[in-house]
Design a protein around this ligand. Structure first.
Ligand SMILES: [Zn+2]
Length: 81
């Protein structure tokens, strides 16, 4: 894997992105797709934790999720309904 900005191969992969909540609890940042956002209860929300690839040379950060297929499936089913 190479940095998309500077071309360095010093990439730290799959780093967790931590957020801090009011109670001091820490949680990974997530992206969310709601299969049925208009529903009151069963929104069928699906979340995947964000992971970061960080260049050790220039600090460029790339974000990704581990299981994009699951999010895509829910996203497309929502569009088709
Ligand atoms: Zn770089």
């Amino acid at each position: 894997m190479k940095c998309g900005r500077c071309g360095s191969e010093n990439i730290m992969t799959n780093l967790r992105i931590r957020d801090r909540y009011e109670a001091g609890m820490r949680q990974d940042l997530e992206v969310e797709v709601q299969g049925n956002p208009d529903a009151l209860i069963f929104k069928q929300a699906h979340r995947e934790a964000l992971r970061a690839n960080v260049c050790g040379e220039c600090g460029n950060v790339g974000l990704s999720i581990e299981n994009p297929q699951a999010l895509w499936k829910i996203y497309t089913e929502k569009e088709n309904s």
